[in-house]
Design a protein around this ligand. Structure first.
Ligand code: BGC
Length: 682
């Protein structure tokens, strides 16, 4: 993409040459100063792009925020498709859908002429209060990795770099720029690094973003243990490492960052000012080898994203197409989780209804506003609200009543919003409850109507103890993107049978949740020195609730359907596994015994019966989503990789599987196990 003619045609522009050769060619032509220039974004008005280097025809390298699509503030103020929030996508448990979403987002990034999508967000949901829960997938590292892999592959199929973030242990927003996540080695690897490692190994992402916080006293952008030792040396990451925006500010030295593995400082230089780099370099604080490695990584990603290729040879890109809107609607439908359905009040049947009462602060709300909720905000060209979706669905066949008079059924669109106390970057929620006004409204409407349905529009767990017994049905709708209103109407009226499963435990009360059990600030949000102690260790999410035998409001993996599924004939293909075995095959027959077609997520958990370390009672190791017609049976085959039975051994600083007995537990959720098998590992 040369923007002015050069006298010679350097070989880094030669698309026929191997990428690594082109990278070396360009690297060899750079002066020391140009190398330094490539380590940071220069120029205060370019918060999302690097400065071009004219002498070598190196164009500006541009990024845009995700992960809900292409954000308006970083795409030249363009309106783009607003996809469902990652937590909603995760609730679909569909790898296929994640791939389609990745491809579609990649196309939208291309269409706004950017090279990097700042997504996926992969932090583990440690506390349900984290303001960014909606931007992440799950409390479980296996589910996170399994969904992020196809997403990253999808994005990168469009020659757009996916950027995993925020590496690592950025699990709360309070004090995010100054707190230190204090985590023991095993927990760090087993819970907080595991998904990053899996995605690096299996999807080869081209970029990763460091966290704002410290991990065990060292900031993410100067954390050699996280960057060089694990990410690069152990897992083989060959892409670039950028800071979160201004994350390097509190760091003391330039050499700390470059030696640790930081390759790109955003959005403008602080540690990587040319002068600082020169001083550190000339006083021998970092070597040429290190410098070249860091620059090489940035150039490599520029090459991979086609920065030096002719536009005709690159994927075209497309935004706001009908195909993307259709995908948003399907994804929103697939992620919705039916939590309660007393007396099968749902689905609604048009012919039996004269009037529907519609209530709630989210009934007519549009969520896609610029920077609302923080950097992930996407402003779409249009957004279908729940009210509009219902209106279109019922046409003039059913009256929608927005005033307080009894109707055949009342639907309350409650939940959260982006902003203070809600789902938002840079602040956490202060409570798990809905606000008092919403609770009063739910109770009042429920007492005045024969049937009440609550649709929750929110991106994180909500406590429902105060009102759930008053209502007949609860549908977790999350933030479903710009087609959410249609998707919700389709699920309410049974055109789509809900099949989403919770990617997070919904606790009854905050104090049941592992980061909050002690009520001691040392666990959350941190002590007076802003150290946050992860004392619960590996017992995060359902691992905690299961181990401590605490009854959650709704368990991890839970979700109802309009039909029923029967599980039979669980079989594993081996009774004994060893070092030479790669995988275990789990087969189970699943039959749709209800009246309508539907999808089911078959979940496989493992239990290490004789472990020398304290392991959780259940750990997710496999899942498959299937679709069945009424009466249809399928044998679901789930391949579980043997490495997923391992734990992180702190004596060897590596993953190990101990010889002994393991149980395989198959079910509909972490608390509804319908089949059990055993095998031994030697
Ligand atoms: C967020 C990142 C985001 C970046 C750029 C930061 O505040 O933590 O997730 O990508 O800003 O907008």
């Amino acid at each position: 993409m040369k923007y002015f003619a050069m006298t010679e045609d350097p070989s880094y522009f030669d698309e026929k040459k191997e990428i690594e050769k082109r990278v070396e060619d360009l690297l060899s032509r750079l002066t020391l100063k140009e190398k330094f220039m490539l380590l940071a974004s220069h120029g205060r008005l370019r918060l999302y792009s690097t400065k071009p280097i004219k002498r070598l025809n190196i164009p500006s390298f541009k990024m845009t925020d995700g992960p809900l699509g292409v954000a308006m503030h970083s795409s030249g103020f363009k309106k783009n498709t607003r996809f469902p929030a990652p937590v909603a996508l995760a609730a679909s448990w569909s790898r296929e859908l994640m791939h389609q979403i990745g491809v579609a987002m990649g196309k939208e990034v291309r269409a706004v002429n950017r090279h990097v999508l700042l997504a996926p967000g992969m932090n583990i949901c440690r506390t349900p209060l984290n303001g960014r829960t909606f931007e992440y997938f799950s409390e479980d590292p296996f589910l996170t990795k399994e969904l992020a892999i196809p997403f990253v592959k999808g994005v990168q199929s469009q020659r757009v770099a996916a950027c995993l973030k925020h590496y690592a242990a950025n699990n709360q927003e309070i004090n995010r720029r100054s707190s230190s996540s204090e985590i023991d080695e095993r927990t760090l690897h087993e819970i907080y690094l595991r998904a990053f490692r899996g995605v690096v190994k299996e999807a080869a992402p081209w970029a990763i973003m460091t966290c704002y916080n410290m991990v065990n006293g060292v900031y993410g952008s100067e954390n050699k243990y996280l960057l060089q030792d694990n990410l690069m040396d152990k897992w083989g990451f060959v892409g670039l490492v950028m800071t979160d925006w201004f994350a390097s500010r509190p760091i003391k030295t330039t050499e700390g960052c470059i030696n640790a593995g930081l390759t790109l400082e955003m959005p403008w230089p602080s540690k990587y000012k040319i002068k600082s780099l020169e001083t550190a370099y000339h006083s021998g604080k970092f070597t040429d080898e290190i410098l070249n490695d860091r620059v090489r990584r940035n150039i490599r990603v520029m090459m991979l994203t086609g920065l030096f290729d002719s536009p005709e040879s690159l994927p075209k890109g497309d935004r706001n197409t009908e195909e993307h809107q259709d995908l948003v609607r399907r994804a929103s439908e697939e992620g919705m989780v039916l939590l309660k359905n007393k007396g099968n009040v749902l689905p609604l049947h048009m012919d039996n209804l004269k009037s529907i009462g519609v209530y709630g602060s989210n009934l007519s709300k549009k969520f896609g506003r610029i920077l609302s909720g923080g950097s992930s905000a996407v402003s779409p060209p249009y957004e279908v609200t729940p009210y509009e979706g219902l209106r279109k669905k019922v046409k003039d066949r059913v009256e929608l009543v927005a005033s307080e008079k009894p109707t055949d059924v009342a639907i309350i669109f409650a939940g959260l919003n982006h902003g203070r106390g809600g789902d938002s970057e840079s602040m956490d929620r202060d409570s798990l409850r809905l606000d008092d006004r919403q609770i009063r409204e739910i109770k009042k409407v429920a007492s005045e109507n024969p049937k009440t349905v609550v649709c929750l529009i929110a991106g994180s767990p909500i406590a429902m103890n105060e009102w759930i017994d008053d209502v007949d049905a609860v549908l977790m709708c999350w933030y479903g993107g710009n087609e959410a209103g249609h998707a919700i109407a389709n699920v309410l009226f049974g055109e789509v049978n809900p099949s989403g499963k919770l990617p997070l435990t919904f606790p009854r009360r905050l104090a049941d949740s592992p980061a909050h059990i002690t009520g001691n600030p040392r666990n959350y949000p941190g002590d007076e020195d802003k150290r946050v102690y992860y004392d619960e260790g590996t017992f995060v999410g359902y691992r905690w609730f299961d181990d401590k035998e605490i009854e959650p409001l709704f368990p991890f993996g839970f979700g109802l359907s309009y039909t029923e599924f029967k599980y039979e004939e669980l079989e594993v293909n081996r009774q004994s596994l060893g070092k030479d075995t790669d995988a275990l095959l789990v087969n189970i027959d699943v039959t749709n015994i209800g009246e309508c077609k539907g999808s089911e997520v078959v979940q496989v958990y493992a239990n290490d019966v004789e472990a020398s370390v304290n392991r959780p009672p259940l750990e997710l190791v496999g899942f498959e989503k299937i679709r069945l017609d009424p009466g249809e049976t399928a044998t679901v085959a789930i391949t579980v990789k043997v490495e997923d039975f391992a734990f992180y051994d702190i004596t060897r600083h590596d993953w190990v599987i101990e010889p002994g007995e393991f149980k395989i537990l198959v079910g509909k959720s972490s608390r509804n196990i319908l089949g059990e098998a055993k095998f031994s590992y030697s």
